[in-house]
Design a protein around this ligand. Structure first.
Ligand code: SF4
Ligand code: SF4
Length: 435
């Protein structure tokens, strides 16, 4: 009974803590501007199914794709067993689902065991790629300190959780064979049966201790993992679904014009300024995360730090000071700074810092060629270019800090109506060469 009470209190505490952090995350996202997301919802659902569920954008790297698939499907399959652990913890029962599922229960334990083995191998493959094979995109300058540690913590946690379940099942089946109550005969354990001989010499009491320790280790690990996720890049296991749903349906590379500028140009040309969205507003571009849209902010929290964007970025490849992954990580770091203040004070007040300047430098954003290779490479439809362009818009239109080469272009556009330093009266001269 005591263990049921302790378990239930821990479960409620961990659930409430997780709920609090998700609410805080939502509040942090809400500091962003509204996002204009045109397109029918059926297309959005289709996009989410293709990209987040079927993971179509990961297929180009077969090893990483297969390992990621195994962990993703394994997470779902193994969680059925976790649901039973929670039921057992609350009711004080043992393998509570078995009497209700009958033969299906054997299938469930079989599937869970097979995926436990696969997840173990897949986590090992990821650790090997990161730490031994040292895949280049995991070792760029922005991937120092916390980011690689975060990835390794998660992978090692997965391995510990898998081993806990396998040892729990191994001890359980030995106790079943010995007829120790309440370990009645049930389940199929094709993987943990290979571990069972390691425990074969233990007494019944020691076996029960191993089974209980593994049980507690697994469930406490799950609850800790749940509350670690809001601070980790692994938020993508939840956020990749809304992020792909709300991702733009427009062709990559389409640049949204600023409504304020459109309104001014229309007015200058004598066209009526109809819609409210085109009415002038003081904000041009973005200086801080509060000037970006909530979708830009959701992008930052969804970033898996995989580095596929940086690996294909021509600016980065040619040694310029730009990494689209760093743009997303910086945006998230700035958001985390604001989130801490929201947690402490309940509200956000400007602190004199900003994304542009304190986190991202003008040199980085002007290095972008707007080729959109990063957008096409991202497995969860993140758009770093959108942030880069808004920061540039701020520099040009609010801070008047365009690079010299652009200033020449602006002057030419203003004087000649074209980017070239040629008078507009000569524009039709090429026709003469045809006669
Ligand atoms: S759009 Fe910019 S950031 Fe993205 S890949 Fe091209 S140059 Fe790099
Ligand atoms: S933006 Fe996309 S591709 Fe780039 S690191 Fe993040 S998840 Fe990976």
């Amino acid at each position: 009974m005591l263990s049921q009470v302790v378990f239930t209190l821990l479960l409620i505490g961990a659930g409430l803590l997780f709920f609090y952090h998700i609410r805080l995350l939502r509040k942090t996202l809400s500091i962003g501007r509204p996002a204009d997301l045109p397109g029918p919802s059926w297309k959005r659902w289709a996009q989410m199914i293709r990209v987040a569920i079927l993971q179509e954008r990961m297929m180009d790297k077969p090893v990483a794709s297969a390992a990621h698939w195994v962990i993703y499907v394994g997470f779902i399959v193994i969680n059925v067993e976790v649901a039973e652990i929670i039921l057992d913890g609350i009711t004080g029962g043992h393998r509570t689902l078995a009497p209700y599922l009958g033969r299906l229960y054997d299938g469930m334990t079989l599937a869970a065991e097979v995926f436990l083995a696969f997840v173990f191998i897949a986590a090992g493959v990821f650790l090997w790629r990161r730490n031994i094979l040292r895949v280049a995109r995991f070792h760029t300058p922005e991937m120092r300190g916390w980011p690689p540690l975060d990835a390794n913590i998660i992978l090692w946690t997965e391995i510990v959780l898998v081993l806990a379940l396998l040892f729990m099942n191994a001890a359980d089946q030995l106790l079943q064979e010995r007829g120790v109550s309440p370990y009645f005969r049930v389940g199929t354990f094709p993987v943990s049966r290979w571990i069972a001989p390691l425990l074969g010499d233990l007494s019944d009491t020691s076996l029960i201790a191993v089974e209980r320790t593994a049980w507690w280790l697994h469930i406490l690990g799950i609850l800790a993992f749940l509350n670690y996720i809001p601070f980790s890049k692994h938020l993508h296991i939840f956020l990749s679904f809304p992020n792909t749903y709300y991702a733009s349906l427009e062709p990559a590379g389409k640049v949204d014009s600023l409504p304020q500028v459109t309104a001014v140009v229309k007015e200058a040309l004598g066209f009526p300024v109809e819609s409210q969205s085109e009415s002038p507003s003081p904000l041009l571009g973005a200086k801080d995360v509060t000037d970006l849209t909530w979708k830009n902010l959701l992008d930052a929290y969804t970033c898996t730090e995989c580095g596929r964007c940086t690996a294909v970025c021509p600016a980065n490849i040619t040694g310029r000071k730009l990494s689209p992954r760093k743009i997303m990580m910086d945006t998230r770091d700035r958001l985390e700074e604001i989130k801490k203040k929201l947690h402490k004070n309940g509200r956000w007040e400007p602190d004199g810092k900003s994304l542009l300047g304190d986190y991202i430098t003008p040199e980085e954003i002007w290095a972008c060629t707007t080729c959109n290779a990063c957008v096409r490479a991202c497995p969860v439809l993140i758009n770093p270019v959108s942030i880069i362009l808004q920061l540039r818009q701020h520099l040009v239109m609010e801070a008047s800090q365009a690079p010299e080469t652009l200033n020449v272009l602006f002057v030419n556009l203003e004087n000649n109506g074209s980017p070239w330093a040629l008078p507009s009266v000569d524009r039709a001269k090429w026709i003469d060469s045809l006669s």
